[in-house]
Design a protein around this ligand. Structure first.
Ligand SMILES: Cc1cc2nc3c(=O)[nH]c(=O)nc-3n(C[C@H](O)[C@H](O)[C@H](O)COP(=O)(O)OP(=O)(O)OC[C@H]3O[C@@H](n4cnc5c(N)ncnc54)[C@H](O)[C@@H]3O)c2cc1C
Length: 617
């Protein structure tokens, strides 16, 4: 073997996932050059990105009140360190921020030697993640070994068409084009052209949540705003309309009090389920790869899917989630018994539950443990809204507040020790197990639709919430009357008599209807291919190079892909020189919205790594 011929590669979109692709190229090339200089990867990598390379949604001009949803010690674009001295870019986010001089000055994360040091458990502004990603990109490029040339195009890709000799031509918005052997598409959160889920014609437009400093500026102080959603995006919107308008929080004891600026509107939160998010446990570690399941095991999942034989389609709610819930109970009771009686008892409880599962006596075993350690039913935790009924708006508002408060108390238990939060951590650690069953059409069509509409969001609610700080702030905003929850779950929207919109409760015994002046979308849609606002996606779809995933001949959104990430064209052929990763593949894949990093965020690194190996090896 000797020096390879030059491969021309285009990475379209350099947010965190495109950056991960570049890292895989450069780390792979460095490893090979180190092993034997004669065995080199030779590649010209064209990076196409109109914005700051590497940053994606983490804009460096964002206000600091927009913070990350992950502790800084858990994030690293250098996710698979190898033996020997790391390259200069081989630095995780926490170490980078410390080395850069970031410290806490009051609530602000600043470069200031007089501040308090950061800890790996801290949640930093997204702006600083943008700086890290930008630094990572620059350092990565400067460390590219001989044989790897990087060409940056600060513009958008608008089309990819077949070129002679099996190559691809990438057309760019600046009028130029690039001929390549392979094209990796990592375009992330591309917008959709139109929304079809807004009922009727409403007299006010839905405001998009981002950028928070742009769209939300139209909302005047003292007006009323309905925010649809109660997850991470809604929290950004609430924070922008309060802290972003000059409001602040005073801390007294463990409590926060909101001090109004007078510039904020009154915000009514509502959502389909009506259940608030759950916060991440303070100081908890990511147990992915550490937690060893005893019930939701690879063998049990193979029995479900029929692997390694002919694939059997699975019902997620009826067949997969009972295993997941049982495993969460194992996590819960192992932790509860550990706290009560120590490690030997915890090991005994774990064994007891494992044996009970095999002997089909799991229910009685859990009942027994519930008498000793308290009840925990993951099904009710997960589908918390299914059985909830509320007589009045006040009942619902009290339920909402109590849910935030109770969850916060669990999140604050010492070092992530809450059994409830441990159970949620087990759910997170099973992400790959769930992927193995549901991805690439692994569910029946009914279950696929159920999974997308009712299960995916609920998993996210339990395992991918914001930091506990946000719950403390939300409680203070509820107390101040700046945030309200008057409508109960699933309110309907109607044109009002005046210029606003009428929100009307649908699941309260005593109906409530109130007008709001503005509506803000407090959630993001997944990017689609059939109604994408991205010229690139729209053209690839119109040309039949991208198609939707189909079930029984019915298009169900997302992009049809082979398991090794090639889109499938309208004639059913894999596009061998195109590769697609990230948010646009959600549906065919599962859980694609994260910064590639170790543990529960490693899948992107593995999938993109396999693509780069296949292209360059
Ligand atoms: C507001 C917000 C906050 C989030 N916060 C977190 C968080 O705290 N932690 C976490 O783990 N995840 C978070 N996420 C999830 C998010 O999916 C990932 O963290 C990350 O952004 C995914 O990276 P990406 O590269 O796939 O997409 P993006 O970040 O969207 O980057 C895609 C890039 O592609 C470029 N692009 C698009 N089309 C073209 C084209 N035609 N030509 C050239 N370039 C193009 C865009 O300019 C962009 O830079 C957040 C998501 C959002 C929307």
């Amino acid at each position: 073997m000797g020096t390879a011929s030059l491969t021309k590669l285009v990475i379209v979109g350099l947010g965190p996932w495109g950056l991960c692709a570049l890292e895989r190229v450069i780390s792979g090339a460095r490893r090979r050059a180190g092993d034997d200089p004669a065995i080199r990867w030779r590649a010209r990598v064209h990076v196409v990105e109109p914005a700051a390379p590497g940053c994606g949604v983490y804009r460096m001009d964002e206000p600091d009140y927009l913070i990350l949803n992950n502790a800084c010690g858990q994030m690293s674009l250098y996710a698979t360190p190898t033996d020997g001295p790391p390259p200069r870019y081989g630095v995780g986010f926490y170490d980078w921020a410390v080395a850069r001089g970031y410290r806490w000055v009051g609530d602000e994360c600043r470069i200031d030697p007089s501040g308090r040091p950061l800890t790996p458990d801290d949640y930093l502004p997204r702006r600083i993640m943008g700086e890290y990603l930008s630094w990572f990109f620059d350092t990565l490029v400067s460390e590219a070994p001989a044989g790897i040339e990087i060409v940056v195009h600060r513009t958008e890709a608008v089309d990819v068409t077949a070129a002679p000799a099996g190559k691809e031509q990438v057309r760019l918005a600046d009028g130029s084009s690039v001929i390549a052997d392979h094209v990796i598409v990592t375009t992330g959160h591309t917008a959709n052209a139109s929304r079809d889920d807004v009922p009727g014609i409403l007299p006010v437009p839905w405001l998009a949540p981002y950028p928070v400093t742009g769209t939300l500026a139209a909302i005047p102080a003292g007006s009323t705003v309905g925010v649809s959603g109660m997850g991470l995006v809604a929290i950004d919107v609430v924070t922008a309309l309060t802290v972003g308008r000059g409001g602040s929080f005073d801390a007294t004891g463990g409590h926060l009090t909101y001090r109004k600026s007078g510039h904020e509107p009154t915000i009514s939160l509502f959502s389909r389920t009506g259940e608030p998010y759950t916060a991440k446990a303070v100081g908890a570690t990511d147990v992915t790869g550490v937690y060893q399941p005893v019930i939701c095991t690879p063998d049990a999942l193979d029995a479900l899917t029929g692997r390694p034989g002919a694939r059997r389609l699975v019902d997620a709610r009826g067949e997969l989630f009972p295993l997941v819930f049982a495993e969460m109970q194992v996590g819960y009771y192992t932790q509860a018994s550990l706290l009560a009686k120590g490690a030997a008892e915890a090991a005994a409880v774990r064994r007891q539950l494992e044996r009970a599962w095999s002997a089909s006596t799991f229910g009685p075993a859990v009942e027994d443990l519930a008498t000793r350690y308290g009840p925990y039913d993951p099904g009710s935790d997960f589908f918390a809204d299914d059985t909830a009924t509320f007589a009045t708006s006040k009942d619902y508002a009290e339920h909402f507040r109590a849910a935030v408060e109770d969850d916060l108390a669990e999140a604050l238990r010492d070092g992530g020790s809450s059994p409830l939060k441990v159970a949620h951590g087990v759910l997170r650690s099973l992400r790959d197990a769930v992927r193995g069953v549901v991805e690439f059409g692994g569910l029946t069509v009914e279950s696929y639709l159920d999974f997308q509409a009712h299960i995916r969001g609920r998993v996210k609610r339990l395992e991918a919430g914001p930091p506990a700080l946000r719950s403390r702030q939300l409680l203070a905003l509820l107390d101040a009357g700046v945030v309200r929850t008057p409508f109960g779950p699933s309110p309907s929207l109607h044109p009002g008599e005046g210029p606003g919109v009428l929100l009307e409760s649908e699941r309260l015994d005593r109906r409530v209807s109130e007008p709001v002046d503005w509506l803000v979308r407090g959630h993001l849609d997944d990017p689609t291919v059939d109604r994408s606002a991205s010229p690139l996606m729209a053209r690839l779809y119109a040309a039949g190079r991208l198609t939707q995933l189909h079930y029984d001949g019915v298009p169900v959104g997302s992009v049809a892909l082979t398991r090794d990430s090639h889109p499938i064209d309208a004639r059913g052929r894999a596009q061998a020189r195109l590769w697609v990763f990230g948010a646009v593949t959600e549906g065919t894949r599962y859980f694609t919205h994260y910064i590639p990093s170790p543990k529960s965020r490693i899948r992107a690194v593995e999938d993109i790594g396999a693509c780069v190996e296949a292209i360059l090896a």
